[in-house]
Design a protein around this ligand. Structure first.
Ligand SMILES: [Zn+2]
Ligand SMILES: [Zn+2]
Length: 170
């Protein structure tokens, strides 16, 4: 769904759409929807600025970082976005100011891509590190046994998975 700014009556408008999971999947390589995503919101033009605020409700499936087991995660998130419209969009001074807020896939100066906004916001709502449970033991690096459900006899000079993240930082 795209919203053309020139079609907004009085410079504002509402939007509401329910996306079937297959319309947005895969949201990215680790996140998929398991239920439809309901997206609602408002668009408002003020001078050269475009304000978007809205809400998304859905459910996602994300792989556990340690054991790769799928984890279901409900998403219910509000968002507020701001863009620069029309000719100002082209002008470098303004773009510089708003670079951080601006995503080219979402807004090309004339129309808003609600599909892309929905995907972006779902990804922002999913934690970058996802565990099936706080103390997930993960997979054996040698044989792949899920250490939550079984034991193996591999000898690994293994570090506690809770410290693995720290090690990666070094
Ligand atoms: Zn896990
Ligand atoms: Zn093993």
């Amino acid at each position: 769904m795209r919203i053309k700014l020139e079609n907004l009556e009085g410079g504002k408008g509402d939007f509401a759409h329910v996306y079937q999971p297959e319309e947005l999947n895969p949201v990215d390589e680790r996140v998929n929807l398991t239920e439809p995503a309901s997206v609602t919101g408002k668009v408002r033009l003020s001078g050269h600025q475009v304000f978007v605020n809205g809400h998304i409700d859905t459910r996602t499936r994300v792989e556990c970082d340690r054991c790769l087991k799928p984890v279901e995660l409900p998403v219910s998130t509000d968002f507020t976005l701001e863009y620069i419209s029309g000719r100002d969009y082209e002008s470098s001074e303004v773009v510089e100011l708003t670079e951080e807020q601006m995503s080219l896939a979402v807004f090309n100066g004339e129309a808003l891509d609600i599909d892309e906004i929905a995907k972006e916001q779902i990804l922002l709502a999913v934690p970058t590190r996802m565990l099936c449970r706080e103390d997930c033991k993960g997979l054996c690096p040698e044989c792949g046994t899920d250490r939550n459900t079984g034991e193996c006899n591999c000898i690994t000079n293994d570090i506690d998975p809770r410290w693995a993240a720290l090690k990666e930082l070094r």
